[in-house]
Design a protein around this ligand. Structure first.
Ligand SMILES: Nc1ncnc2c1ncn2[C@@H]1O[C@H](COP(=O)(O)OP(=O)(O)O)[C@@H](O)[C@H]1O
Ligand SMILES: [Mg+2]
Length: 314
C-alpha cells in the first residue's frame, strides 16, 4: 500500500475525501479511482458528485441520477450525482412535512388558515438558489454515518473552495435568520422553518469541525504545467484559514520517461520535469504522487481499477 493509501483509510469515524485543482487535471478520474479502491478494500463508500457535468456517468458508463445508486460490479460502492433542482425539491418537501407536523398544535397557536398559508407560501418559493441547494446536500453528507468514506467529486475552480468553506459562511447567515425568526415566531407560527434552520445550523457547525479534523482528506491535483501548478498553490493558501489540511499532491498525466528519448517528447518531458521539481520544492512536506499519462482514457471500471492500483497500491 502506498503512503496515500494509509492517509485515506477510515480509522476513527468516516473519512471525507476531496480533490481540488484546475479543470481537466484529473479530479473526477482520481475521485473514481479512490472510491473504487476504498470500496474494494471493504469500506462502504459513496462517491458524491456535485459537478453538473456528471463525469462519473461517463467514467462508469451508466446513467446515475440524484439518488444513491449501488454499483453492482463493485461491492460497497454507491454513487450519486447531486442535482441542485432535486435538492431544492427535497428541501421544500422537508419544510412542508414539518408544517404538516404543526397541525398538532392547531387550536393552541396556529390556525388552519395559517397552515394553509404557510404551505402555499413554501410551495411557491424555491427558497434556495441552485448553488446553495447542492451545498446543503454536501453538509448533509458531512453529517451522515451511513458510509465509512465519502469521496467528493466537485466542479473545477472556485466551486470546490466555495463548497468546502460554505459551512463557515453559512452559519453566520443562519444565526442571523434564526435570531430574527425567533422574535416573530409566536406571531407567525413559523415554527417549522425555525426548526429546519436550527437543524441546518447544527449540521453546519458539525461539518466545520469535521472539515478541520483528521477525518477530512484534501488532495491537490495538478499536471506538470505552469497554470495548474499555480492553481493548486492558490487553493492551498485559500484552505488554510479554514483549518482544512492538504494531505497529498497528485501530479497527473506525467509522460513516461522511456517514451521521451528525443525530439518533441523529450522537450515536453523536460518541461514537465521543471514543474515536477517546482511541486516538490513547494509541497516538499507532503506526499507527492506522480501519475503517468496512460495510453487509454480513464473510462470504464477496468481503467479506473488500473489507476487506483497505480496510486494506492494493492
Ligand atoms: N493519468 C491519465 N492518463 C490518461 N488519461 C487521463 C489521466 N487522468 C485523466 N485522464 C483523462 O483526462 C480527462 C480529464 O480528466 P477528469 O478526471 O475529467 O478531470 P477533471 O475532473 O479534473 O476535470 C478525461 O478524459 C480523463 O479520462
Ligand atoms: Mg471533473
Amino acid at each position: 500500500m502506498s503512503s496515500l493509501g494509509e492517509v485515506i483509510l477510515p480509522r476513527e469515524g468516516p473519512k471525507f475525501i476531496f480533490f481540488g485543482g484546475k479543470g481537466g487535471v484529473g479530479k473526477s478520474s482520481l475521485a473514481a479511482a479512490t472510491a473504487v479502491w476504498l470500496a474494494e478494500h471493504g469500506y462502504k463508500t459513496l462517491l458524491a458528485s456535485t459537478d453538473t457535468q456528471k463525469s462519473q456517468n461517463d467514467i462508469f458508463q451508466r446513467e446515475i441520477g440524484g439518488e444513491e445508486t449501488k454499483i453492482p460490479e463493485v461491492e460497497n460502492l454507491w454513487i450519486i450525482n447531486v442535482d441542485p433542482k432535486e435538492s431544492i425539491r427535497q428541501h421544500q418537501l422537508e419544510v412542508l412535512r414539518r408544517i404538516e407536523e404543526l397541525k398538532d398544535l392547531t387550536g393552541e397557536r396556529i390556525s388552519e388558515a395559517e397552515i394553509r398559508f404557510l404551505k402555499e407560501y413554501w410551495e411557491r418559493n424555491p427558497v434556495l438558489p441552485c448553488e446553495t441547494a447542492s451545498y446543503n446536500v454536501f453538509i448533509h453528507y458531512m453529517n451522515t454515518d451511513r458510509y465509512d468514506a465519502i469521496v467528493f467529486d466537485t466542479a473545477p475552480g472556485y466551486h470546490n473552495l466555495e463548497m468546502v468553506n460554505y459551512p463557515w459562511r453559512y452559519v453566520y447567515n443562519l444565526e442571523m435568520a434564526i435570531a430574527a425568526k425567533r422574535e416573530i415566531v409566536d406571531l407567525t407560527g413559523k415554527v417549522a422553518e425555525l426548526k429546519l434552520l436550527e437543524k441546518l445550523r447544527d449540521e453546519s457547525y458539525a461539518a466545520i469541525k469535521k472539515l478541520a479534523s483528521e477525518q477530512t482528506v484534501y488532495f491537490l491535483v495538478t499536471q506538470p504545467e505552469m497554470l495548474p501548478v499555480y492553481e493548486v498553490r492558490r487553493i492551498q493558501d485559500s484552505l488554510k484559514p479554514y483549518g482544512i489540511r492538504v494531505k497529498g499532491v497528485f501530479i497527473n498525466s506525467v509522460l513516461p520517461k522511456e517514451y521521451c528519448k528525443e525530439g518533441f517528447f523529450l522537450k515536453r518531458r523536460l518541461l514537465q520535469e521543471k514543474y515536477i521539481n517546482l511541486v516538490k520544492k513547494e509541497f516538499g512536506d507532503l506526499p507527492i504522487v506522480e501519475v503517468p499519462l496512460l495510453e487509454t482514457e480513464v473510462v470504464g471500471l477496468e481503467n479506473v481499477r488500473r489507476l487506483s492500483t497505480l496510486i494506492y497500491g494493492r
